[in-house]
Design a protein around this ligand. Structure first.
Ligand SMILES: *Cc1c(COP(=O)(O)O)cnc(C)c1O
Length: 361
């Protein structure tokens, strides 16, 4: 079979070398005669692997010592509940910045648990989608925290600057952007990310939380969602998603071998620039997002003549470029180009787009 480039938004493609290593040790991991997924999470060999994965993530993101790293269940949406349960005491409110469909969903879920102040920052200027500058967000200085989504996976909108919240803890849903570029973790109170975009397979969620925010969970918080409980038990209060944790560890090692986040950031920038240039240099393809808020991970684009959508999708798939169908709520196409997507994949997509345009125009 010729090479396939998978542009799925999530679960997304994983690095080839990681998959090959997992395959090679699938039946017999580290001479145990068992698969890693058949071993106790409390066995010393598993715990050693788990601790190394955490240490590697800490190294990759330069996570300060006063932050806990939790390996949780429940996905990004699980955190939509866990965040207010743990961080929003009765009598307080939280600010939720809405910049697209995921931050909107996070705000809607949080409203089940407390007083939520929804701040919609989406704007339209001359049919360009843009966002209100973070200096102008009407934040509430008494809020328990400010929640936002730096990369809106569906809408293709990214907020590059870390907003200044004047001391109010900043909570970020980084599901589709974690590890894609360097960030200063100390600017955040809490970062969470479902694994299935940039970390590993689905079923694992990473939470990075500043220690002083622990210990104030609502009484009704389920134990498996309680950050303090997870932290006190090294993310093994209940059985963690052991295989996903192991695969995440392989991805962290792969990223370290490549030169870390700084190195992949360069590649990610080159990939995004190449694709946006191809879109902007043609009137056949469109992207209406303000250039300063364009996502480097999820790039939606539309054909000027939408009647060609089906043909584009069919023929791109035949060319080995899969999962380019846009999210149903925005339509068109979407290329998700996370860390595991090589530059060659984006080059192949751009070549196809140019060839397609010439042929059908
Ligand atoms: C994919 C995604 C989620 C949802 O994750 P689940 O693991 O399916 O709950 C949440 N937020 C963002 C930004 C995402 O991209």
């Amino acid at each position: 079979m010729s090479e396939i480039f998978n542009f799925c938004a999530g679960p997304a493609m994983l690095p080839k070398p990681v998959m090959a290593k997992a395959q090679q040790e699938f039946l017999n991991w580290q001479n145990t005669g068992s698969s890693v997924m058949e071993l106790s999470h409390r066995s010393s060999i598993y715990m050693k692997m788990a601790a190394k994965a955490e240490a590697d993530l800490r190294e990759l993101m330069s996570i300060p010592d006063n932050y806990k790293v939790l390996f949780c269940h429940g996905g990004g949406r699980g955190q939509f509940s866990a965040v207010p349960l743990n961080l929003l005491p009765t009598g307080k409110s939280a600010d939720y910045i809405v910049s697209g469909s995921w931050s909107e969903a996070a705000a809607a879920e949080a409203q089940n648990f407390g007083d939520i102040n929804v701040i919609n920052i989406n704007q339209n200027k001359d049919s360009i989608s843009t966002l209100l500058d973070s200096n102008e967000w009407p934040l509430n200085q008494d809020a328990a925290y400010v929640h936002y989504c730096p990369n809106e996976t569906v809408n293709g909108l990214e907020i590059n600057n870390i907003p200044d919240t004047n001391g109010v803890p900043l909570v970020a849903d980084m599901s589709s952007t974690i590890l894609s570029h360097e960030i200063d973790v100390s600017k955040f109170g809490l970062i969470y990310a479902g694994a299935q975009k940039n970390i590993g397979p689905s079923g694992l969620t990473i939470v990075i939380v500043r220690e002083d925010l622990l210990g104030n969970a609502h009484k009704a918080t389920p134990c498996i969602m309680n950050y303090k409980m997870s932290a006190d038990n090294d993310s093994m209060y209940n059985t963690p998603p052991t295989y996903a944790w192991y695969l995440a560890g392989l991805v962290f090692q792969w990223l370290k071998d490549l030169g870390g986040v700084k190195a992949i950031e360069k590649v990610n920038k080159a990939k995004a620039e190449l694709l946006y240039q191809a879109i902007d240099n043609s009137s056949f393809y469109l992207n209406h997002i303000d250039s300063q808020y364009r996502s480097k991970m999820n790039i939606p684009f539309w054909l000027a003549d939408e009647s060609l959508n089906e043909q584009f999708l069919k023929e791109s798939e035949q060319a080995g470029l899969t999962a380019l169908l846009g999210h149903r709520i925005v339509g068109g196409m979407r290329a998700s180009i996370y860390n595991a997507m090589p530059l060659e994949g984006v080059e192949a997509l751009v070549n196809f787009m140019q060839e397609f345009e010439k042929r059908v125009r």
